[in-house]
Ligand binder design. Sequence first.
Ligand code: SIN
Ligand code: FE
Length: 305
Amino acid sequence: MGLVTISRDELSGPIADVQARSWCAQLEAGDILYFPETPVRLRREDLAFLLGQQQTDSSLHKNIAYKPNSDKLSGVDRTTADAATVARLQEIMRAYSKHVVQFLTKFLSPYQARWRLDYASFRPQEEEGRDLSLRKRNDLLHTDAFPTRPTYGARILRFFNNIHPTRTRDWVVGDPFATVVKQFAPEQIAPVPDNTVSRAAKGLGRAVGLGAAIPSIKRSPYDDFMMRFHNFLKENARFQAECAKHPWQFPAGSSWMVYTDTVPHAVLAGQYALEQTLLVEPDALVAPETSPLKVLEEMAGTALV
Ligand code: SIN
Ligand code: FE
């Protein structure tokens, strides 16, 4: 697994279909697509505005989130931000989200936009030495799963911008999902067979701290596994110590994109990033047989959604 660099020149004209398919295939295989010069540039004044934002209470909210489907902004520290600031932030995030989608619709044309638009985020905090609870820490290698937003097999694709004026955003990346699952997944995180779903889902709900508090969230056995796997990786000292760690430093002004549900990743340092998440439908993939859903169903010998 590696880094695929895509230059500005490669994006200037129309993109050939074979090229677009190959980029999708590389993403699905666990590569990071890296754009030294971001194809999603912010206006100078918007960038300056974002760089001027200071969140004082970093423990309260992990990031500032923008929900494109409802046009809502959350996570802003209201003790320091007035209404005009919030409105401006929202406007910038709305434009960023639109711009990413516009770019990806063309760049990932084989997917034919068969994705659900998830949250975008603004990450103004310094990542080095952040004081977060273990399961929220992003400096430990992990695969992504959302406690309150099950995907039912859809893939989590994230597009990032390092908008810091000078500093790199420093990641480490592990081996692909199938390797890690087979190497580190012990019995207790093996997929739950279909017929025990409801009992298992309750137990797992408690295990991830959801309990009966949000009974309305229906998660598939696939989502249960992905959530437990996220927690397992962060909590497993042996995995953290022994897993492969490929360092990547993303320079100021660059973008990158990766399936974070399967590529173990951690951010060690950096400040000021933007990100947009897409949930790509399983049947839109160019190599569906390599998807985590298929890998796990093969291991479990049963359907998981
Ligand atoms: C993450 O998904 O772990 C966060 C990565 C980042 O903020 O750079
Ligand atoms: Fe993550």
